[in-house]
Design a protein around this ligand. Structure first.
Ligand code: AMX
Length: 435
């Protein structure tokens, strides 16, 4: 009952059947309308994708297989010595739709630690990259290079059947999740410490513990923070840039390594995952200018200046959410519990008070509230992980959990190659004229 692939096998056939019936009965049901503004506006509001693992409510935030973040924090298994949910648990939940038992999660920790083995050529390639290549670009390259190990690609060449796609995808996803902390650690240790990575993984410990250890952090507080962080960033439905890129590239039957590296290239953008780095850069400039303990008015003035100079206030706003991101709240609660008097946390809390009205006053920003990235860097800084251009790599390791669970399901459901219709402006004008 702990073998995840067997658990999944029992779900796949039933789900295929359910969807077949649904499509037969309602396949022609109209889901919505598409306007010209939506087409020029980044496809906001177009319901055009099927993505099973999570769903975003504009006011409530994300739900993972129906569970809100506080519910997940409550019900997901913890480490024997910890209070925070284990990311292994959310992977089990996203993939199967069932909340895992402690035993399930221990099985998964062991399984990932057993599969952790980075191919020698990947290590060599990372070691040969110049040090000024951004950690996210290194991460993308490292993941893509692991494609040499793809069981999915091999299976395809050897003629696996369509019904077997998801099983091969599952094997690659498990190997990839097992190896992501190693790839990240090699990049971190080389980039910041000029050190080789000791690749030993403790098979009696969880994924986050081993990840922390690989990059030289053994403070139990840091490990707990990482467990929460890796759980919170795992998934945010299917239309965001990283999830959508994985889904799109995967639909061409590129193997999971290639599909995931495409998603990570998207996460590396400043309007998406790089925002957590941008927040810290922005906060550091604030501190430089105003000192460690600025007043409310000073912080408000800093936000106004940022807007006046035509820049975005990083960590605020969202394409879909219209309230404070519950992932922000969850990190805030962690900070409140562990380091309520940390000066940087106090600045971030003051921002939460003063920034939304300033953003709202512009009249054009749809969501003046903070998103996940407004808080995560502060947690890292407190525990001494100060290298901010590495932060998006942590985000990426976590994001793998959701987008790769979804990828397995896309293959299980036999979703076809993605190919929406595009139009030229002239063709659109013609369409309007002839209507
Ligand atoms: N600061 C300044 N201006 C902002 C803003 C912010 N935080 N958020 C939105 N705006 C501006 C937009 O740039 C846009 O201006 P324009 O009309 O002159 O081009 C206008 O407000 C309307 O934008 P919107 O409809 O509210 O947002 P969007 O869906 O176009 O973009 C997002 C969403 C997240 C890219 C945007 O809010 C932003 O740039 N935020 C800062 C960066 C950030 O925190 N990104 C992380 C998001 C979460 C994640 O993916 N990790």
């Amino acid at each position: 009952k702990n073998d995840l692939k067997q658990v999944l096998k029992s779900k796949v056939a039933a789900e295929q059947e359910r969807i077949k019936k649904f499509r037969k009965e309602h396949g022609k049901f109209k889901v919505g309308e598409i306007t010209i503004d939506m087409m020029y506006g980044g496809m906001r509001g177009i319901k055009g994708l099927v993505y099973e693992t999570s769903l975003l409510d504009t006011n409530e935030g994300i739900r993972f297989r129906g569970l809100s973040i506080p519910e997940c924090n409550e019900v997901l298994p913890k480490a024997p010595e910890g209070c925070e949910p284990l990311p292994e648990g959310i992977f089990w939940l996203l993939l199967t739709g069932d909340c895992p038992t402690e035993e399930n999660v221990r099985w998964l920790s062991k399984e990932w630690s057993k599969r952790a083995k980075l191919p020698a050529h990947v290590l060599q390639m990372l070691e040969n990259l110049p040090k000024d290549v951004h950690p996210m670009a290194q991460f993308v390259a490292g993941i893509a290079a692991c494609s040499s190990e793809s069981k999915f690609a091999k299976g395809y060449t050897e003629g696996m059947t369509k019904a077997q796609y998801w099983e091969y995808a599952y094997e690659d996803v498990m190997d990839l999740l097992a190896n992501l902390p190693l790839i990240a650690a090699v990049i971190y240790n080389r980039f910041y410490k000029n050190e080789e990575t000791c690749m030993k993984v403790d098979t009696s410990k969880d994924w986050s513990y081993n990840f922390a250890k690989l990059i030289g952090f053994d403070d139990p507080g840091f490990v707990e923070m990482l467990r929460l962080y890796l759980t919170l960033h795992c998934d945010h439905e299917g239309g965001n840039v990283s999830a959508h890129a994985v889904h799109l590239v995967g639909s061409a039957l590129s193997d999971p390594y290639l599909a995931f590296s495409a998603g990570m290239a998207g996460l590396a953008g400043p309007l998406h995952g790089l925002a957590n780095q941008e927040v810290l850069v922005w906060l550091s400039k604030l501190k430089q200018k105003l000192g460690e303990s600025p007043s409310e008015d000073q912080i408000k003035g800093y936000v106004e200046e940022t807007l006046k100079s035509g820049q975005v206030v990083p960590g605020y706003g969202h394409a879909v959410l219209r309230k404070t991101d519950p992932r922000y709240i969850s990190q805030k609660e962690f900070a409140e519990k562990h380091f309520p008097d940390y000066p940087l946390y106090k600045i971030v809390s003051t921002l939460y008070k003063v920034a939304p009205p300033v953003l709202q006053a512009t009249g054009k920003i749809q969501n003046p509230w903070p998103n996940v990235d407004a808080h995560s860097g502060v947690l890292m800084q407190y525990y001494g992980l100060t290298q901010m251009n590495f932060y998006t790599v942590f985000f990426g390791v976590s994001r793998a959990i959701g987008v790769l669970s979804a990828l397995i399901w896309s293959r299980a459901l036999g979703l076809p190659i993605e190919r929406p219709k595009s139009m030229t402006t002239d063709a659109l004008m013609e369409l309007v004229k002839s209507s």
